[in-house]
Design a protein around this ligand. Sequence first.
Ligand code: NI
Length: 230
Amino acid sequence: MLITLPDILSADQLATARQLLSCAPWEDGAHSAGPQARTAKNNEQLPHGCEAATAISQMVLGGLNRSALFFSAALPLRIFTPRVNRYSGTANTYGNHIDNAIRLKPMDGGGTECVRTDVSCTVFLNDPDDYDGGELTISDTYGTRGVKLPAGHAVLYPGTSLHQVTPVTRGQRLASFLWVQSMVRSDEQRRLLFDMDMALLALRQREGETAEATRLTGTYHNLLRMWAET
Ligand code: NI
């Protein structure tokens, strides 16, 4: 399931983020990739915990937490700390790969927490007009989809899918990315719940609260109870 989340960051937040990134200490993105992904990865990333990374990460988490669509589509249990990357110049692409299944999230008080990467998320920090190429290309059983969204918008896609970022041939592409361990591991089950939730929302808007909407809401929660791991 591939879902677009509009307006995760405001215009003001994007301006702040881009200002911070203009003087940030970028490092080679290969540092954080697994052995297979490292051979395909050629971009730059912010070091975890630097001022810009921390500020942008908080903005992104705040935006996702305000998004009912994010909650319904991802059913988050744990969220990996959002990172920030840049594609430009000679560090301009990330070839086909599947992300590592487990990420170790650094905890505030020291130590790490495992996050299973059920859902991947990219938040675009600058506009498609700023660069050529740089398309996030996601392949799954339905074929291949190219994604390039306006600044502030995000895309959610299954962590199980093969994906790449095509070479940026002009300008720079700035994005934040993160993974979600979902309460519902299966993309298929998450999709059924999301469709049902969206249909119920539309039904209530059109018909108000009806006995049928109440019963179907109960069914939604009973399916979630059956499938959720917490
Ligand atoms: Ni990836």
